[in-house]
Design a protein. Structure first.
Length: 415
């Protein structure tokens, strides 16, 4: 199929965009893209490709923007229930960490998730994935982390694998057994850390080799935070995971600066995420590393907190900056990357072009898939969006709605 007449075809060609280089959209005016066997076969101007492929069936983009699908590199999409009551408590003055310390927060979603069957979990998650797709997300990272015991965590992992196989949304799985200290270990976080290292990680590895042989291992992530896992515990878990061959991610500096970002760089993690309270020295270290800095602007927005990721400092240091939704029932139930872009423009001071690159090619790098997705280049998956607007700057500028008219995944229009 030849997609023609794109006012702007945003190719995002040339790989992940570091530091001040962020925002290279690779715009082709009056652009066209040739899609064959689920992949991009060629991009160019409409006259060029029409001339080269005269018999190819056409699809007229009608003078609208054509761009890569969004990649959402940080979500907690598999969960049951909701926490609307906590939202109300926060509005009445309780903080997120206070609610968590009182046994609510993540732990309350753990109770709901443990009580749900695989079918219920999949049904609730599938509905969210459908809405994300319609809003333009064609690949999402999804974490476990609402089980906090081996079998419950593996059930969440199974839901992720089955939903990925079902499609059309492509999922990149992450094991987050160290998302919170479960009630049973309330006074013994070191004991739970040992359980994660000695029992859970080896079991996840064995389970994976049996259930998904040949597939790349999932990421292992830790919530390094006051009230969750301290730096030493995070280090133990991530070192153990790395020794077993897992690629790494870290939740770092969402509320307090514990050193998780520095650790992510030291251990060669694929990404360090949140990064609100990150120290200047760690920002420098991130800037010199290949660890992608993933900003989650929906989270401070969702918590009505004033502090956002210091994106300008990360860019000045040369970092690879991505943005994600952080979709989760506690801090940020956002199924729309366009809204994350709108926040990134305002609170991270990104231009629409920078926000688009952060949500496509750099987001793909954050999940180790920059060779397959995140840009429209020959050989890559044909995961693309046709917007209902003709200028890419409408993304970010307009918010609260959906500017995505059509979504293509692996060469098929799915919405
Ligand atoms: O990324 N920070 C830890 N995890 C989520 C919150 C999860 C929850 O509250 O259920 C986050 O913000
Ligand atoms: Fe998170």
């Amino acid at each position: 199929m030849l997609i023609t007449n794109a006012s702007q075809l945003l190719t995002l060609a040339g790989g992940p965009q570091r530091g001040p280089d962020l925002g290279r959209l690779g715009i082709i005016e009056n652009g066209a893209a040739l899609v064959r066997a689920g992949r991009i076969a060629a991009v160019g101007t409409t006259p060029e490709l029409r001339y080269a492929f005269p018999d190819e069936p056409g699809y007229d983009a009608g003078g609208m923007v054509v761009m890569p699908g969004f990649v959402d590199p940080h979500t907690h999409t598999v969960f049951a229930g909701d926490r609307a009551f906590e939202f109300e408590m926060r509005l009445q003055g309780k903080s997120y960490l206070e609610i968590m310390a009182a046994g609510g927060g993540i732990i309350s979603t753990v109770q709901a998730t443990r009580a749900a069957s695989l079918e219920t979990l999949k049904a609730e998650t599938r509905a969210r994935l459908r809405r994300m797709l319609r809003n333009g997300t064609t690949t999402a990272e999804v974490k476990t982390g609402y089980g906090l015991e081996t079998q419950a965590e593996l059930l969440q992992m199974q839901a992720i694998l089955e939903l990925d196989a079902e499609g059309p949304m492509e999922l990149a799985p992450t094991f987050l057994g160290a998302h919170a200290v479960p009630a049973r270990y309330k006074d013994d976080p070191a004991g739970y850390t040992t359980l994660v290292c000695k029992e859970m990680l080896p079991e996840v590895l064995a389970w994976w080799q049996q259930r998904a042989p040949g597939k790349p291992l999932p990421f292992v992530d830790v919530f390094c935070e006051t009230g969750a896992f301290d730096l030493a515990q995070t280090r133990r878990i991530l070192q153990t995971a790395r020794n077993l061959g897992f690629p790494l991610k870290v939740h770092a500096d969402e509320f307090d600066n514990l050193g998780g970002a520095g650790l992510a760089v030291e251990l060669g993690a694929a990404s360090a995420d949140h990064l609100v309270k990150t120290s200047p020295a760690e920002i420098e270290a991130l800037g010199k590393s290949d660890t992608v800095a993933v900003a989650l602007p929906c989270t401070p927005f969702g918590l009505a907190e004033p502090h956002y990721t210091p994106a300008q400092a990360i860019l000045a240091a040369g970092g690879v900056l991505a943005i994600a939704s952080d979709l989760n029932p506690g801090t940020a139930w956002c199924e729309n990357m366009q809204f994350a872009l709108a926040l990134a423009c305002r609170y991270l001071r990104l231009t629409p072009a920078q926000a688009i690159a952060a949500a496509t090619i750099n987001a793909a790098a954050a999940i180790g898939r920059a060779e397959q997705i995140g840009s429209l280049e020959p050989g890559k998956q044909a995961d693309l969006l046709i917007l209902s607007v003709s200028d890419h700057r409408q993304l970010g500028y307009r918010f609260g709605g959906n500017l995505v008219a059509r979504v293509m995944k692996n060469g098929e229009f799915i919405s």
